[in-house]
Structures are given as C-alpha cells and as structure tokens.
Design a protein. Structure first.
Length: 512
C-alpha cells in the first residue's frame, strides 16, 4: 500500500491556481485528480449585458491570450448577425491572433517549460550546466533573449488594434481601424526581424530547411547536421529531453481535437484546408474524422456546479456554482469538456496531427503521444505561421486600403458560436442574444479540455491521464510531474471556472 503525504510544488507559472492530487505507488503515479480551485464566473456576469459587451469583457479572462477571446467573441457575433467579414478584416484579425501565438509559443517553451531543465533534480545530467546558463530564471541567456525579442513582435497588435493586451478592435462585421501603409510597412519590418531571430536562435536553420524534416529519422539527421541545429532552442530541447526520457512520458488519452482556425480570405495566395489555414478535425483511437460542433458537451459530475445528467452542449449549458464541500466526488470548478463523450487533447500537437504533418505523424506512430512531442509541436508552430503572416501583410499593403468593415445591423435576437484555435488549443464562445441583451453566454477554453476533471462516466481528463505512469523519484521535487502538466501549457485562469484555496495558491497538491 502506498505511503501518503501532502506536498506542495510550483506548477502554474503564468496565471491561475492549479492543484493536482496524485496517488503514487512504488515511485510512480497510478492516479491523478486535477482541480481548479477558484470560481470566477465570467459567463454569469455577462448575462443581461448589451450584445457587444462580450468584446470588452471576455478578453479580460486572460492577460496572455486576450486576443484569442476577442477573436472568438467577434466571430460569435458575426454568426448572430449573419455577416460576411471582408477579406482585409480577416487578414488583420488573423495577423493579430498569429502574433499572439508566435510570441506565446516561444515564451512558454523557454520561460515556463525549459526552465525546469535547470532544476537541481538534473544535477548529474550532462547538459545541466548549460541548462543553467540558458534558462536560470531572470538570468539565463536564453530567458533574457526571449523576453527581449518576443515583446517586440507584440508591437504588430498595437499597430493594428491600438493596444495589447485587452484590445477591442474586432467587432461584428470586421475591425474598427484600417492601418495606413506606413503602419503596415512597419509591421512587415517587425515581422521580418522576428523571423530572422527565430530562425537563428530558436531553430538554428531556416524555416524552409526545418519544414523538410518529415520523419523521426529525418529529425535525427537534422539534429546532427550542423552545430547551429544542436545549439538552437529546438535542438537543446531534443537533446536534453531525450537524455532525460521525456519522450516516454505524458502520453495522455491519444485523442486529439481542433476546431480549425484562421479563415482564409476569399482572395489570397495562402493555402489551407476547408477554408482555413489550421484545419478542424477529431482523432479518436488513431482514426481521424470531420469535426462537428454539435458533438461538444460539458459534464459536471466532478465539478462544483449544480448537477445535471450526462453532458450538455454549450448552447444548453449552465454555469451554476454549487460547492458544499461534502460530496467527495466533486473536486474542481472546471467542467469536463468532452467530444462525442470522449476526452480530447487540444493544442499545437493536436493541430499538427489533424493537419497531417508527416513529422508528428511519424513521431506518434513510432513513440506514441508524449510530452516531448507536445512541446516540440509548440516550439516549432511558428514555422507554420510566420510565412503566411508575411503573405497576408503583403496582400494588405498591395490592397491600398479599404474593405475592413461591413455594417452587421442591429444585434437584437439570435444565437452564434465563435470557434477558433487559441494559443493553447480549442476555444469556443456560445452566445444567445434576446432583445439586444445577452441571455446566455458559455465559454469552453483549451484548459477546460486539457485540464478537465472526470466526467459522468468517471473517465479522467487529458492531463490527468497523461500523469499516470510518471515517475516521482524525489517526492520533495517531483520535476517530471511539472514537465507533464506544463507540456499542455496550462492556464487555469482560462478555465473561466478557476482557482484559490488556503496556502496552496498557484501550487500543485501531491499526495504520495
């Protein structure tokens, strides 16, 4: 029988409060419960407000990915109005969202994931000294370089939307401001500088060279091809992670979900699938199928919410907090998001799998889903976005302006859903307008998908499942547990139903 003790460890370095209770037997996790412990209730405070208020309120859900909530809220209202957004407005919306992605992907990788490579648990790792030089908090060369460079790319959102975070330039029908040619040229310069830095410092090669890496064998060849490949952040992630066995941890459910994202303008040279740059889809037990939003549901069997049977679609969903503290089975403010009744991982790895990326298809075929592949997908996602960002900026400059907005008319009655791929994965807003006021608003964030508690059938959520099998060599410093959770890029603030309890704010609770 396992010896049990309570242990607090840092877990969520960005936002929110996350507690994870683990059952450990013989130094290995055999069960896990993920708990968001603070109720925020954005969905409840929106009820009764004006139809447009979601554009201002929902970006405040998160200070890291506020543009994603603005985009999703705007798309939901586009659907209510039945309006067709002009091409240049699509380009500007997409550019802002993509900027947030490419900034966050690098920041999360270096500042929140790879910083654990400098953890004393790795004192005997052959790359430990170098990891300390690179990733030591507030001092490592890579950490300082990433802070300096990634803050510059955000200037593009400031030029397009007036500010970041919490900009409000997207509205039903388009955007509120048409940037001048000089502003767009400045955005192009910022993008070119960022791409040059990303290729040189993060990849160690050009994006074109990286995109030739289409299998595990090709990845091995790339890693040995040049010192710049090994010394870049991607190369160091692979070298350190493989030596530490991270490619054998954090499998998860093996199910993947993408809502699809980044609508293609009607006139563009960019190429995608089904009208989007990032395709939609669902993978269950290795089999891919089309995505149908009707199959989305939320369960509350393990959530501190008023009970209902099974799962409910967000258009019929409720956010009614109820926490007696006596029920035992309920342990999180987060609901359990499910697709066709199954838990599903969302995020960069899901996007690459559903998009048919040959490298990640081969990695999963040969090694199974794992936390190193998940983090590699995130750190290299900018290779799929930066070239198209340049295309859309060029098309904006060539267009000569105009075509940024169409009047959607009054928003008096109707329902609409906005579904995109946020930085962390699938994000959806579902809104019902009646008499010009919000009658119902429901939000499912990526962390509700990835960090969900058990559903009505007692099935674990994705990172609960991913924790099973994780070694806990030192109960006072279970670094591998942090690796697994952070590979999903958790943001418990973004569960909307989130966290705060006693002295364990922002920490994981480990029972072993």
């Amino acid at each position: 029988m396992a010896t049990r003790r309570i242990l607090d460890i840092p877990l969520n370095r960005a936002e929110g409060d996350l507690e994870v209770r683990l059952e450990v037997d013989d130094g290995v996790v055999v069960d896990a419960w993920s708990s968001g412990t603070m109720f925020r209730g954005f969905e409840r405070l929106l009820v009764g407000r004006g139809a447009l208020d979601g554009l201002v309120v929902t970006p405040r859900i998160c200070g890291i990915c506020s543009t994603t909530h603005l985009m999703t809220a705007a798309k939901a209202l586009d659907a209510v109005a039945g309006v067709e957004v002009p091409d240049n407005a699509i380009r500007l919306r997409n550019l802002a969202l993509m900027v947030e992605h490419v900034q966050s992907d690098v920041r999360q990788s270096v500042l929140m994931f790879m910083v654990d490579f400098a953890n004393p648990a790795y004192w005997d790792h052959p790359l430990f000294a170098e990891a300390g030089r690179r990733y030591a908090p507030l001092a490592g060369s890579s950490a300082l370089d990433v802070v300096r460079e990634t803050k510059r790319i955000i200037e593009i959102i400031a030029a397009i939307g007036g500010q970041w975070p919490h900009s409000s330039f997207m509205v039903p029908g388009g955007v509120t401001y048409a940037p001048q040619a000089a502003e767009l040229l400045q955005c192009r310069h910022i993008l070119e500088v960022y791409r040059d830095w990303y290729e040189r410092r993060v990849l160690g090669c050009s994006i074109e060279r990286w995109r030739q890496v289409d299998s595990l064998a090709a990845l091995d060849r790339w890693l040995e091809e040049a010192p710049a490949h090994r010394d870049g952040e991607v190369g160091f992630l692979l070298r350190f992670g493989r030596h530490s066995g991270l490619d054998r941890l954090g499998r998860g459910t093996g199910n993947f979900l993408s809502y699809g994202s980044l609508d293609l303008p009607r006139q563009t040279t960019a190429r995608g699938r089904d009208g989007r740059l990032v395709p939609a889809g669902f993978v269950l037990d290795g089999k891919a199928e089309d995505f149908d939003p009707a199959w989305i549901g939320e369960h509350v069997a393990s959530s501190w919410s008023a009970n209902y049977e099974g799962g409910r679609h967000p258009f019929e969903g409720e956010t009614v907090p109820y926490a007696s503290g006596d029920e035992g089975r309920k342990y999180s403010w987060a609901k359990a998001a499910r697709y066709r009744g199954a838990p599903a991982e969302t995020g960069p790895l899901a996007e690459r799998v559903i998009g048919g990326d040959p490298l990640f298809a081969d990695l999963i075929d040969k090694q199974g889903p794992n936390l190193l592949a998940r983090q590699l997908a995130r750190l290299t996602r900018p290779t799929t976005l930066l070239p198209t960002m340049a295309v859309w900026l060029a098309e904006l400059i060539a267009s000569g302006g105009g075509d940024f907005y169409v009047d959607p008319g009054p928003l008096e009655n109707g329902t609409g859903a906005g579904l995109i791929q946020a930085t962390r994965g699938a994000l959806g807003h579902w809104v019902t307008i009646k008499g010009g006021k919000i009658e119902r608003y429901q939000i499912i964030t990526p962390s509700v998908w990835n960090g969900s508690p058990r559903d009505s059938g007692g099935v674990r959520g994705p990172w609960e499942e991913a924790l099973v099998g994780t070694p806990v060599g030192d109960p006072d410093n279970p670094v591998a547990v942090g690796h697994v959770i952070r590979s999903f890029d958790p943001c418990l603030v973004c569960t909307v139903h989130s966290v705060h309890r006693g002295r364990t704010v922002g920490r994981a609770r480990l029972e072993c």
